[in-house]
Design a protein around this ligand. Structure first.
Ligand code: AMP
Length: 125
C-alpha cells in the first residue's frame, strides 16, 4: 500500500527496525549518516537501498528539515555506495519514491540504486 508522505514519521516502519537492529538486512555500507543494504525483492542484478540514519519520511521531509551535515552525509553515502558497487563505469540509476502517486511503500526515506545490466530508458506507464 502506498503511504501518505505528509504524515508524521512512524518509528515502527520496517527501515526504522532495520536501523535499530531489530530486523536483519544484507548490509553493504554504513557510516554516521547512512545505511545501505540489498533490496529484499531486487528489480535489477544490483538493487541496493540507501537510507539516512535520521527519522525522515521522504525526500521532501529530509530536504526540508535535515541539517546540512545530514544532507551532505547522505548524498555522499549514495555516491560511495554506487562507487563501491562498481557502478560508475557501466552506469546506474537512482530512484526515490515520494508519497502516493509514486507508490512509496516504506515511510522512511530511501534511495534505490539500480545497476548491473543495461537498464533501458526510463518508462512511465
Ligand atoms: P518503495 O516502493 O520505494 O517504498 O520501496 C520499498 C522497497 O523496500 C521495495 O523495493 C521493497 O522490496 C524493499 N523492502 C521492503 N522490506 C525490506 C526489507 N526488510 N529489506 C530490504 N528491502 C525491503
Amino acid at each position: 500500500m502506498p503511504i501518505d508522505a505528509t504524515l508524521p514519521y512512524d518509528d515502527q516502519n520496517i527501515f526504522a527496525k532495520i536501523l535499530r537492529g531489530e530486523i536483519p538486512c544484507k548490509k553493504v555500507f554504513e557510516d554516521d549518516w547512512a545505511l545501505a543494504f540489498h533490496d529484499i525483492n531486487p528489480q535489477a542484478p544490483t538493487h541496493v537501498l540507501v537510507i539516512p540514519k535520521g527519522a525522515y519520511v521522504s525526500w521532501d521531509d529530509f530536504s526540508g528539515k535535515a541539517s546540512d551535515a545530514e544532507i551532505a552525509g547522505f548524498v555522499r553515502a549514495v555516491g560511495q555506495v554506487s562507487r563501491a558497487l562498481g557502478l560508475v563505469e557501466p552506469g546506474y540509476r537512482l530512484l526515490a519514491n515520494i508519497g502516493m502517486d509514486s507508490h512509496q511503500e516504506v515511510p522512511h526515506l530511501h534511495v534505490h540504486v539500480f545497476g548491473g545490466k543495461p537498464l533501458g530508458p526510463m518508462l512511465m506507464r
